[in-house]
Design a protein around this ligand. Structure first.
Ligand SMILES: NC(=O)c1ccc[n+]([C@@H]2O[C@H](COP(=O)([O-])OP(=O)(O)OC[C@H]3O[C@@H](n4cnc5c(N)ncnc54)[C@H](OP(=O)(O)O)[C@@H]3O)[C@@H](O)[C@H]2O)c1
Length: 329
């Protein structure tokens, strides 16, 4: 029964991953809790809380030292550049494990596994297809630079894939596309603008949404993202030490941002025209949401057996816009 420690288990992606792992009945799941209140939230969901933070790592480092059955750590925290510190801490924890195996005369003990949750916005924005086999992604030689919101991320990916890190940890990178479903929180800003126009009396004849009208977003339902990362966690021991490039894009659909906004406006009851006016200077989230990412998940399907089950944000817009609306009330 594999034991997994998740950073970010109280969040959207980490929560979906924990749910996937627990509902398989095969895993014990630990989650980093940054406060006693968050520890209670995790315990209610049958996730074993571990109090601490990146700045106060003693709790999870002690846990990893005293529980060698914890085989994989997943970083699904929205810790941004601080994830580099998580890598350093886990390299230290991984080294300690290997030294302990040596000390007790069991030098062939398994490495600690580490899955980093990155995202498809590292591919930047382009109408040219992208691939998770492309090692140039995020480098100066890439076809498109990463979205500004995640400009720090490729360096962390490179550290995780470096021979020095992989000498100590079995590593892999999961890159979910932009999520929808379970409240679609990341779409809150444009959906709020649509709702405001809907509620105005009288409704304005048009509403301006500051997203790229030509944006074709790579999307994945939150639950499908959790299942994909979960499949990667489960397959990590089989991939480790092989020649498989351990980076996987998880995309369910590629959809027009304009269609999604127009669909949501219809569901809310807005009668005017939805105008996508382009991204405003400095709006890094708007830029990222507007990104055109023409990726696919052929390798995740073939190597991990992952398949997106949900049909798409636009296809299910009645459900997803209503669900987002319910979350605002
Ligand atoms: N949502 C998406 O569409 C999407 C798509 C692709 C990739 N991603 C990536 O997936 C990761 C998680 O995103 P999310 O949407 O699930 O975020 P989220 O819903 O905002 O959840 C963030 C989680 O990270 C934890 N956290 C935040 N700052 C932290 C820190 N400094 N140290 C430790 N934990 C910290 C939060 O803990 P508290 O509860 O204590 O605040 C929470 O559990 C991010 O790296 C994001 O870029 C997200």
């Amino acid at each position: 029964m594999p034991h997994i420690l998740i950073f970010g288990a109280t969040g959207t992606i980490g929560g979906a991953l924990a749910h996937y792992l627990l509902s398989s009945g095969q895993h014990t799941v630990y989650g980093l809790a940054r406060s006693p209140a968050k520890a209670k939230v995790l315990a209610k969901q049958e996730i074993i809380p571990v109090l601490g933070s990146i700045a106060e790592p003693k709790g999870f480092l002690d846990l990893l030292a005293s529980h060698p059955e914890i085989s994989v750590v997943v970083d699904a925290a929205a810790a941004y550049g601080e994830s580099a510190t998580i890598v350093d801490l886990l390299v230290t924890a991984g080294k300690k494990r290997l030294e302990e195996y040596e000390r007790v005369g069991a030098p062939s003990g398994p490495k600690l596994g580490y899955v980093y949750v990155s995202g498809m916005w590292v591919h930047g924005s382009s109408h040219t297809p992208v691939s998770d086999m492309d090692a140039l992604t995020g480098t100066s030689a890439a076809g498109s630079p990463p979205a500004n919101m995640v400009a720090w991320r490729p360096q962390i990916e490179r550290t995780i894939l470096s021979p020095a890190t992989r000498a100590v940890l079995d590593t892999a990178i999961a890159r979910p596309a932009c999520t929808y479903g379970s409240g679609s929180a990341i779409w809150g800003a444009p959906l709020s603008a649509l709702l405001k126009a809907t509620k105005a009396s009288p409704q304005p004849p048009s509403v301006q949404i500051t997203l790229d009208p030509l944006g074709t977003a790579a999307l994945v339902h939150v639950e499908d993202a959790g299942a994909g990362i979960g499949a990667l966690v489960e397959k990590l021991p089989l991939l480790a030490g092989t020649g498989v490039y351990p980076v996987f894009d998880f995309v369910g659909q590629i959809e027009s941002v304009r269609a999604i906004m127009e669909g949501a406006a219809r569901v809310f009851g807005y009668k005017g025209v939805v105008e996508l006016t382009g991204v405003q200077e400095g709006d890094v989230l708007g830029e990222a949401l507007s990104s055109s990412v023409i990726g696919d998940s052929g390798r995740a399907r073939g190597l991990l057996g992952w398949e997106a089950k949900r049909r798409g944000f636009f296809s299910g817009i009645d459900l997803y816009a209503t669900s987002w609306l319910a979350g605002t009330e």
